[in-house]
Design a protein around this ligand. Sequence first.
Ligand SMILES: [Zn+2]
Ligand SMILES: [Zn+2]
Length: 340
Amino acid sequence: MDGKTMLAYVIDKERSGAVKEVAVPEPGDHDVLIKVMAAGLCGTDAHIYQGEYYSEFPLVPGHEFAGIVAQTGKAVKRFTEGQRVVADPNIFCEKCHFCKQNVQNFCQDFQAVGVTRDGAFAEYVVVPEGCVFEIGAMSFTTGALVEPLSCVVYGQLRARPQLGDNVLIYGAGPIGLLHLQLAKRNGASFAAVVDVKAERLELAQKLGADRVLLSGSGLDDELRQEFPLGFHLVIDTSGVPKVVENAVAHVKNAGSLLIFGVCPPDAKINVSPYEIYKRDLKIIGSFALKKTFQPTINLIENQLIDVAVIVGEQIKLSQLPEQMEKFVAGKTAMKTVVTF
Ligand SMILES: [Zn+2]
Ligand SMILES: [Zn+2]
């Protein structure tokens, strides 16, 4: 690919992104060059675009993607041109303190495709061989959703519902709907879902929600009345600090609260430490993912989780600058996928 150019969506400064002609990246000896076929737009991309993340510009974002192997580095043994693949965007050094203790998501030399190095909103992307997974006949659009589901799988490995548990999920957006399906697969006997949008709740019902509640001023009373003992597991996917604060009251004694949605870094909530002590509560975080790509591919390949349902619009790369503006303004429905 020496000297060849490609189209890429480049963010060159805060709130400024455009599709440009740039050089096709060169794979190093241990890298794979992937021809991108589909790439999903994620909340992280919006944070990067708005300069609210640790990314440095210029940057090609895009960390949820699928494509075809276009070229392999000299030392690559497991992949050949033409294979259909996805890639875990998280690159771990496997040498540092945290990697050696199997908490690679806190790698001290952490790199992420589309976050700290150029990503997949481009015709081609380079990733280390160790991050690449075969997807067989899975569609590329579905393949682009392996990453978000992998994060959800990681979250529920950390806060796993036990057989027969009841679960409350805040948010019926793409991530909330994945949590809902996975919680049912994990053995939850009952799942309630809360959202501000009625049409999203309808979708939640189709995907197995046993009870849906429209969020509003009376929500906490409604939950208290209907579920006075609360829920074994409460999952927040809203990232709204007030929602997380109110969620604590609906965790059953000895239950868990999984904080999955991304709250603003400087936000604070009011929680009574006495309540956490007295009621045996667990408050659990979940950052990115760690080695959950393969189980996630297995879940999708065997149709145990419907990921296609979270796709909103499919657009072309040329439409991405405009779509990004719509996305940060909250004017897109469900997940946008760029197809090539
Ligand atoms: Zn993402
Ligand atoms: Zn490391």
